[in-house]
Design a protein around this ligand. Structure first.
Ligand code: ZN
Length: 206
């Protein structure tokens, strides 16, 4: 906690004053144009890798950047669905990015077929990655190429899940919303774009 207190003091003394005008504007304005759905992984920082200022990204971070498909009448405290609905129907974001990443712990657990008996919440949550399909013959130490393929397939699967949410489906039909799939590579800082429609990818801003 000491590090956090030091950081907070630095923010208040040096960073905040330099951006005082921005924060004054943001005090009464919340109009992000992008919903960024990323992994909770500490190494994948949305505002850092996209170089966005406060107020520009509406962010949801979940283990494995998973987006459960829309389900009718589920009273499970579905914070992900509520945040998606708010971003699209209330804030009116024009773009949604689903961002996976290299060395993802959630995808590694799936690729390795790890025993999650002692981690029941994680086991339940990772079922939302099922459409991505764990590779056949999962091994305890999946090779990077296999893990990379699963990470990319998972981004495509989560984009499909995202489109099942009514607010997203309406905005897509109206042509006011565009979905994007990214995979961020931690050691190089590059982003690979995932195109769910044709199942191919291309280097983006590398
Ligand atoms: Zn991850």
């Amino acid at each position: 906690m000491h590090d956090l207190s030091d950081g907070l003091a630095h923010f208040q003394q040096d960073v905040f004053p330099a951006k005082a005008e921005l924060f004054a504007h943001l005090a009464t304005t919340h109009r992000p144009q992008t919903l960024f759905i990323g992994c909770s992984d500490a190494r994948v920082v949305p505002e850092l890798i996209t170089q966005r200022e406060p107020g520009e990204l509406f962010v949801i971070r979940t283990a494995g950047n998973l987006v459960p498909a829309h389900t009718e009448g589920v009273d499970g405290g579905d914070g992900v669905a509520a945040s998606i609905e708010y971003a699209v129907a209330v804030l009116g974001v024009s773009d949604i990015v689903v961002c996976g990443h290299s060395a993802c712990g959630a995808m590694t657990a799936l690729a390795a077929g790890q025993d999650l008996a002692e981690l029941p919440a994680i086991a339940r949550w990772l079922r939302h990655a099922a459409p991505a399909g764990a590779p056949a013959g999962a091994s305890a130490d999946p090779p990077p190429r296999e893990l990379g393929a699963l990470v990319r397939a998972n981004v495509a699967a989560q984009l499909a899940n995202l489109a099942t949410h009514p607010a997203v489906a309406r905005a897509l039909a109206a042509g006011t919303l565009t979905l994007h799939g990214w995979v961020y590579d931690i050691p190089t800082g590059t982003v690979e774009r995932i195109d769910p429609a044709v199942g191919r990818s291309a280097a983006l801003a590398s």
